[in-house]
Design a binder for this molecule. Structure first.
Ligand SMILES: [Zn+2]
Length: 185
């Protein structure tokens, strides 16, 4: 994306998200931020939380449960620990996205367990904060050896469920806390 002569302020003005100010169908200026209708063409613009699928991969020791965290290599939140996962593509189900993202980020096939929960959060990207609905599943590695994707992750570590580091997004902190509680930590 080119910022143009007006810099970041102009980029924010053209954002397609909660602060959208132009109609995505006819490009007319909107008179209000979404949800709103375009006065020129009638298009109704809604902004909804975008779903993601993610995994809390457990290592299987019942007395000392640990989960897998990756160190983010890319913005936003580069250098922070996170859970494997990512945005759903098109009509992809969050469970399918979780398995696909684990394959892309870890190089393994995971088997999903229970749904941990759905968490509403914010994702700061491209000059706007998008609402996201993060859906996390318990998972275990079914086949393969972990091989990090260097464009996504610079490091990995198993952390005790009861003593997680601060994670890149608050939805992940909440999901790990709920998982620890589920196992009585
Ligand atoms: Zn319009």
């Amino acid at each position: 994306m080119t910022l143009g002569a007006h810099g970041p302020a102009a980029e924010t003005l053209r954002a397609y998200g909660p602060t959208a100010s132009f109609c995505p169908r006819c490009a007319a200026q909107l008179s209000a931020t979404p949800p709103t209708s375009c006065a020129a063409c009638g298009y109704q613009l809604f902004i909804n939380a975008r779903p993601t699928g993610g995994v809390i991969v457990l290592d299987g020791h019942p007395d000392d449960r640990r989960f897998l965290a990756l160190k983010r290599a890319a913005q936003p939140q580069a250098g922070r620990w996170e859970l494997p996962g990512g945005f759903c593509d098109g009509w992809e189900h969050p469970a399918e996205a979780a398995v696909r993202e684990a394959r892309e980020e870890l190089g393994v096939e995971v088997e999903l367990g229970d749904l941990v929960g759905m968490y509403l959060g914010g994702y700061d990207f491209q000059g706007e904060t998008l609402p996201v609905l993060d859906v996390f599943f318990l998972a275990r590695i079914a086949t393969g050896e972990i091989t990090l994707n260097p464009s996504e992750s610079s490091d990995m570590k198993w952390f005790p469920l009861a003593e997680p580091p601060p994670l890149a997004f608050s939805t992940m902190d909440r999901a790990v806390r709920d998982t620890a509680r589920r196992f009585g930590h």
